[in-house]
Design a protein around this ligand. Structure first.
Ligand SMILES: [Fe+2]
Ligand SMILES: [Fe+2]
Length: 471
């Protein structure tokens, strides 16, 4: 474990100064990253933002807070502390020492996994590029930028692995990560959900709740990887990711809280007239973001993922806390499926069903958010409740891609889907309405009408702190 080198051009704890070739390669990628940030990163001009910067990975204090011009944010390379005795926890290589180098036989697959993960990081920055203009408070604006700079750092994390371990091909892939762009017609991002624009702050909160949470689960599987540098990178990324989850969870909390407040004060469900988001609209946004995020887990069954597991490239969520044999060759799992054209479950080998295993962990986690939002509603003595839609609802990937289903999981023919769709997914009218609420609040302590203020500020600062100095 080397001491963090913070004086370097590229802050790092990977002893970059000891590898001149690698250092030069990354230093030559750096200006490309910065010009990508300038052209595709946050569009709102600012002077300084109160940001958290990763400076170390230790338990006692890994981050520094302060006002910095965003362009001068110190994007660095930080791997979690190494465990010199770490052994592979699952698959055919279970019990062998973790790999410090990429085994030739798994090179292509590992590179692919890293590229796919790496592609999502800058994609979300691009999707959120224009949100600054309509930020509901300086506190929220700061949180948006915090998420953005950290997704930039996660790109650095993946680019480091590509440069350090995958030779010329890795360097080429690192370049491509800046050339694909979210929503681009000729060079889009790899995964569908990352080509949708995030047009308003309700979408942003739903995205950070549901889609960033998918990222958390993907990183969780890579953290188990036999390839130790990937494992350690992901472990540290998860630490930063916790704040992104927080932004989503408390963001939706505050939308629901404000809506409940307006409902109670005015004794009405029709809060649109009072500038708040009606509960049915919140439910539709939730339905949309949850269902597109489920698609990110891939098909219910996958031979590729079975191979990744057996090879040791990608484990399960909290692999080491599972009490089975960690090889799964004799186990089975029940997965969602279309059986005789109907929504049902079927039994498959556990290895083939690993995507389902991960997706279920994710769904259980999402349920906890719904519970908290419903607690806000019940606390306001309102009978209304939010709910996650059925796994077959609005799916474009996997077993249910070819059918339509209601949020309750009833299979629908095309006519009934067309008739019901507008009650379940945001319509153009809903989107226009939500956008109309997005009036920026740019003074200290001010907040938009559709959102409750947070309970606490950032890093012990009050809500009305000067989180962002606008240009
Ligand atoms: Fe990330
Ligand atoms: Fe994130």
């Amino acid at each position: 474990m080397s001491r963090p080198d913070y004086a370097d051009k590229i802050p790092n704890n990977v002893a970059l100064a000891g590898d001149r070739r690698l250092q030069r390669a990354l230093e030559s990628w750096q200006p490309d990253f910065l010009s990508w940030w300038e052209s595709m990163g946050p569009a709102l001009p600012t002077r300084e933002v109160y940001l958290r910067t990763a400076v170390n990975v230790g338990k006692e204090g890994w981050a520094h807070f302060g006002h910095v011009p965003m362009r001068d944010y110190r994007w660095g390379i930080f791997l979690a502390q190494a465990d010199p005795d770490r052994r592979i926890a699952f698959g055919a290589h279970k019990g062998e020492p973790a790999w410090q180098q990429v085994p030739g036989e798994y090179r292509a697959e590992l590179q692919r996994l890293i590229v796919i993960q790496g592609d999502t990081e800058p994609a979300s920055v691009e999707q959120q590029r224009n949100l600054g203009a309509t930020a509901p408070s300086l506190y929220d604006l700061r949180n948006l930028f915090q998420v953005n700079v950290e997704e930039g750092r996660h790109l650095w994390a993946m680019v480091y692995l590509l440069h350090a371990h995958f030779g010329r091909q890795g360097r080429e892939e690192a370049g491509e990560l800046l050339h694909r762009n979210s929503g681009s017609a000729d060079a889009p991002r790899i995964l569908g959900a990352f080509n949708e624009e995030t047009p308003d702050w309700l979408s942003f909160f739903m995205f950070t709740y549901f889609t960033d949470r998918d990222g958390k689960y993907q990183l969780g599987t890579l953290k188990e990887s036999a390839f130790d540098p990937l494992s350690r990178t992901c472990e540290f990324m998860l630490k930063e990711e916790a704040h992104h989850m927080f932004v989503g969870t408390t963001g939706v909390d505050r939308v629901v809280e404000r809506t409940a407040q307006v409902m109670v004060e005015n004794d009405t469900d029709d809060v649109a007239a009072y500038g708040a988001v009606p509960l049915p609209v919140i439910q539709k946004y939730l339905n949309f973001h949850y269902s597109v995020s489920l698609d990110l887990f891939g098909g219910e069954t996958s031979a590729n993922v079975a191979n990744y597991y057996t090879a040791g490239l990608k484990g399960r969520w909290l692999e080491e806390r599972r009490t089975d044999d960690h090889r799964l060759t004799d186990d089975s799992i029940r997965v969602d499926a279309l059986v005789g054209g109907e929504i049902a479950v079927t039994e498959v080998p556990a290895l083939t069903g690993l995507n389902t295993d991960l997706r279920r962990e994710y769904t259980a986690d999402c349920e906890s958010g719904v519970k908290r939002w419903n607690r806000i509603l019940s606390g306001a003595n309102l009978p209304h409740r939010l709910a996650l839609p059925h796994v077959a609802f609005n799916r474009k990937v996997g077993a249910f891609a070819g059918i339509e289903a209601s949020p309750d999981g009833e299979k629908l023919d095309a006519a009934r889907w067309q008739a019901g769709k507008g009650q379940w997914l945001p319509t153009d009218t809903d989107k226009t309405f939500v956008r109309s609420l997005m009036q920026p609040a740019r003074e200290r302590g001010k907040i938009a009408a559709w959102l409750a203020p947070p309970r606490n500020g950032i890093n012990g600062r009050p809500f009305d702190y000067d989180y962002v100095h606008l240009a």
